[in-house]
Design a protein around this ligand. Structure first.
Ligand code: EPZ
Length: 419
């Protein structure tokens, strides 16, 4: 298993480009199942989760062609195998995103129940309830969810008990081919939901309100092909901005969308980092001043992203004073805390809250990556820790960050991958 070896203490200076969003590319790839025509996606990040989704589409029967850049073309002609098998789903639970498109296109789907993961139980009950409201019959047997809609799907009003990003995406992809109108209330407002809607509309779907809490979809008979560029990855961009702040450097992140990061930018500014927006798509952080402690609570978009909580918490170990980091989305998203503690951080967890006593000098040691964003948090801590930090199991990081060690090295980080 690959490891990262990091020599901390170097302020990062320079420019880092943003890759396409993993969490926008995953539903976009699933949406290709809705038509037999070719769909061409640009700026698809070359990360493990995307490779898993592409393998899943191939398994189902679609043809997937990729260039060595970020272009992926999918042609889902005849889908012999509308199924997501356990060995693929267990490595990437977002495989459940194929359920809605498969039921809508073929009238059936057999998807392995995604197990929980490090950050929580991750149930998909809301996806199931919503598809049932559209007329699908779902049964669970032998660890698989089997969905059937032999007479097609019927539009309905769906109100989610709680906001679910992939739940909203799954149902949107089912509703575009349902008969009549579907209204999704309490929908997720994440930019990745809006990007998926934009692709679906290019394919011929009729969708209003994506990006707001109420999305209205008028079903159509069939969808055509399209060409679409995936939005930049706001979580990757945010991670690099925090890297500039925690190392006391000056980092320019390019190819990102400022509006997607406003909640983080507000926090970094309040914490003493100087953020500038010199041009469209460019954000610059100057972390040379003193970092002050700033409380944060994760909430659904446009609030502070749960996917940036671990990275921000690492920054707060360097801030003067005490900060309270509250995680409201997932029940177990503090896996990075014990590992940061082994590096010298002083953090106490009380339920959903981590209390961080800052301005602690971190020292390098061997730490274990556990989930995607916790691992990114350990990289950030390694960049500022004195001495050498070795991070095991970096496959967690490779799930969602494209060549992170190369991007960081280019701005002065002393980080290398060891096979
Ligand atoms: C998406 O996961 C993202 N993944 C996650 O990013 C992100 O952390 C999360 O949204 C929240 O923003 C993708 O987009 C592929 P949810 P998702 O459904 O859709 C509960 C990363 O690091 N819930 O919005 O699975 C759930 O347990 C990943 O890139 C139910 O109870 O998250 C959670 O507590 C990690 N029943 C809350 O809702 C359901 O049927 C929000 O989950 C569905 C969700």
């Amino acid at each position: 298993m690959d490891k990262f070896v990091i020599e901390g203490g170097t302020p990062l200076v320079g420019e880092i480009p943003t890759s396409g969003s993993k969490n926008a590319a995953l539903p976009a790839l699933a949406a290709c199942l809705l038509t037999e025509k070719p769909v061409i996606l640009h700026r698809v990040p070359r990360v493990r989760d995307i490779r898993t989704m592409e393998r899943l589409l191939t398994f189902i029967g679609a043809r997937v062609e990729k260039d060595n850049g970020g272009c992926t073309a999918v042609t889902a002609g005849v889908l012999e195998n509308p199924e997501a098998p356990y060995d693929l789903v267990k490595t990437m639970r977002a495989s459940s995103l194929v359920m809605g498109p498969l039921v809508a296109r073929t009238g059936r789907a057999r998807v392995s129940m995604p197990g929980g993961c490090a950050i929580g139980a991750r149930p998909i009950n809301l996806h199931v309830q919503a598809l049932e409201k559209l007329g699908a019959r779902l049964t669970q047997t032998h660890g698989y969810l089997e969905a059937e809609a032999p007479d097609g799907l019927q539009g309905a009003t769906i109100r989610f008990d709680r906001v679910t990003v992939t739940g909203t995406e799954d149902v949107m992809m089912a509703a575009v081919l349902a008969r009549g109108e579907t209204v999704i209330e309490n929908a997720a407002r994440e930019p990745e939901v809006s990007d998926l809607a934009e692709l679906l509309v290019k394919m011929g779907a009729r969708i209003q309100g994506a990006g707001t809490s109420t999305i209205t979809i008028e079903g159509v008979q069939s969808l055509g092909g399209a060409e679409h560029t995936i939005i930049p990855d706001r979580i990757e961009a945010g991670t690099f901005l925090i890297a500039g702040a925690i190392t006391g450097g000056r980092v320019k992140v390019t190819g990102c969308i400022k509006e997607h990061l406003d909640a983080l930018l507000d926090k970094l500014t309040a914490a003493g980092a100087v953020i500038t927006h010199p041009a469209e798509g460019i954000l610059e952080v100057d972390g040379r001043g003193t970092i002050r402690s700033q409380d944060v609570t994760t909430t659904e978009y446009p609030g502070f992203a749960t996917d940036l909580q671990a990275q921000y918490l690492a920054l707060m170990t360097q801030a003067d004073g005490i900060s309270f980091v509250t995680e409201t989305i997932f029940e177990n998203r503090f896996m990075h805390v014990p590992e940061l503690g082994r590096m010298g951080a002083n953090i106490r967890i009380e339920g959903r809250q981590a209390i961080v006593a800052g301005a602690r000098e971190l020292t390098g040691t061997t730490v274990m990556a556990s989930d995607l964003r916790a691992s990114a948090s350990l990289v950030l801590a390694g960049l500022v820790a004195s001495g050498e930090t070795v991070i095991d199991r970096v496959y967690h990081i490779d799930r969602g960050y494209e060549r992170i060690e190369e991007k960081l090295s280019r701005v002065g980080a002393r980080i290398r991958r060891v096979e």
